[in-house]
Design a protein around this ligand. Structure first.
Ligand SMILES: [Zn+2]
Length: 464
């Protein structure tokens, strides 16, 4: 089928395809601007024109409010298979983890591709243009590497491409089954799939991963529970991964802090600081139970903190000290983590609303600040500082929400950011564009025909 791109190519005589999108309303970081024309070429925004009252000829029209693409900075794709299942009865974080391990046990590179493709398509439908996949499901059920030792990670990279979104693969070092008062325990049962045996063997496998295009290769330590400071070498990890995004689950549970204090006499944040882990390319995920000193260490280092409020409330983790971290200097990002829901608008407002309940005061963040956490600061924590803004030179990743749905109708368009953050849901997303290519149009995914059916089939297979 011939499109505008073909016409543009014939006109210019070059292979550079140029597209124009006309945005009825656009969020430009500080305010809603009516009538904006974005020109896109080579995956980037090449021009932003304001005051364009009507769509230019040939432009793709995006009605509603267009926002920078959302960044889901913390995901475990296979946890999507637990939705609903883990809401029966009571239990704790630790009993939830046992159910999660049951799903982890079933997956193969093929079935994980199918599941992740469907999950990433769900993300695209919710306006997410990039995912940070915190990946530790590396090996076969008995811990033996696949013939291609990165078969699982490559399945995730391929799944993101098939769903049309960007991925930062945060390939995770996971060597121990837990941290007791007397030190680290070996991996057992379902956990043996996660382990490479040693830090050096993790590094050897990790170095073979290839990024480029839609994929950035990042790295992660699972947690201080799963990697030991001395024997496994946080310092070596920090050296190997210098310059790439590095993430870690930090102090999600008080039990982790207690074990770390008993084993090392230091908090997890301090232990990692002493090894040089914290830097502007590092991200602490959760950071729920921190001391005042921990907050200062993270803030002064410029490390990002990724809050996952819908998961933290689902698992009864607690409320992290987000305002204090921000005041100390840490940018904040957001992730749907266990995918109890996949909705960055819900994550954004939950950060503010949790704080309102805790303090009985309103207004800790503006809608603009919350949108920034859901986009620009999230993309930066995934190694893409050139995404998350509608400006010349930035990646052409954006998403549009309807302003005339039952949830969003009523407020004047200039309150679009407040409407998006405090009233919209992922169901209000009508269009998603990644690298200038439209992957969601009028609420339909253009690459994955029937996303609910794909989820149903992939989750049934993952249950075994
Ligand atoms: Zn996580």
């Amino acid at each position: 089928m011939r499109g505008r791109g073909d016409r543009a190519r014939r006109r210019t005589g070059r292979s550079r395809v140029q597209l124009t999108y006309w945005l009825e309303h656009a969020w430009l970081g500080t305010h809603v601007e009516p009538g904006v024309a974005l020109t896109v070429a080579d995956e980037r925004i090449t021009e932003v024109r304001t005051g364009v009252g009507a769509p230019p000829p040939g432009a793709t029209v995006l009605r509603g409010l267009t926002l920078p693409g959302l960044a889901n900075a913390h995901s475990h794709a296979f946890h999507r298979a637990l939705r609903g299942t883990v809401q029966v009865g009571t239990g704790t974080f630790w009993t939830w983890r046992e159910i999660m391990y049951g799903v982890a046990q079933q997956l193969t590179p093929d079935s994980y591709f199918d599941l992740a493709r469907a999950v990433y398509a769900e993300m695209a439908l919710a306006g997410i243009t990039a995912v940070g996949e915190f990946h530790y499901l590396h090996h076969q059920q008995d811990g033996t590497p696949y013939d291609n030792p990165n078969a699982m990670g490559e399945a995730l990279i391929a799944a993101a491409a098939a769903a049309g979104i960007r991925i930062t693969l945060l390939d995770t070092m996971y060597l121990h089954g837990g941290l007791g008062r007397d030190g680290h325990k070996p991996l057992t049962g379902p956990q043996v799939r996660f382990g490479d045996g040693s830090a050096e063997r993790w590094y050897e496998r990790w170095s073979q991963l290839k990024g480029g295009g839609h994929a950035v290769i990042g790295a992660a330590l699972h947690s201080v529970r799963a990697v030991s400071a001395a024997a496994d070498g946080y310092a070596a990890f920090a050296r190997w991964t210098d310059g790439v995004p590095t993430h870690i689950h930090l102090s999600e549970q008080p039990a982790e802090n207690e074990a770390c204090l008993a084993a090392y006499g230091r908090t997890p944040a301090r232990l990692l600081a002493d090894a040089g882990f914290w830097k502007p390319t590092a991200t602490a995920v959760h950071a729920t139970h921190l001391t005042g000193e921990d907050i200062g260490l993270l803030g002064r280092s410029g490390s990002t903190v990724c809050m996952c409020p819908t998961t933290e409330r689902d698992l009864a983790d607690g409320i992290g000290p987000a305002p204090r971290l921000r005041a100390a200097g840490s940018p904040l990002s957001l992730g749907s983590d266990s995918h109890a829901v996949i909705d960055l608008f819900e994550e954004a407002r939950a950060m503010e609303l949790n704080e309102r309940l805790r303090t009985r005061a309103r207004g800790h963040w503006t809608a603009a600040q919350l949108l920034r956490a859901a986009s620009e600061d999230g993309h930066a924590s995934l190694g893409r500082p050139d995404a998350g803004r509608l400006e010349q030179g930035a990646l052409a990743d954006f998403t549009t929400i309807a302003l005339d749905s039952v949830r969003t109708a009523g407020p004047v368009p200039r309150l679009g950011a407040e409407t998006a953050v405090f009233a919209a849901t992922g169901a209000d997303v009508t269009h998603t564009v990644v690298g200038g290519r439209q992957i969601v149009r009028d609420g339909h995914h253009l690459l994955v025909e029937d996303v609910p059916a794909a989820l149903t089939a992939a989750i049934a297979a993952a249950r075994g």
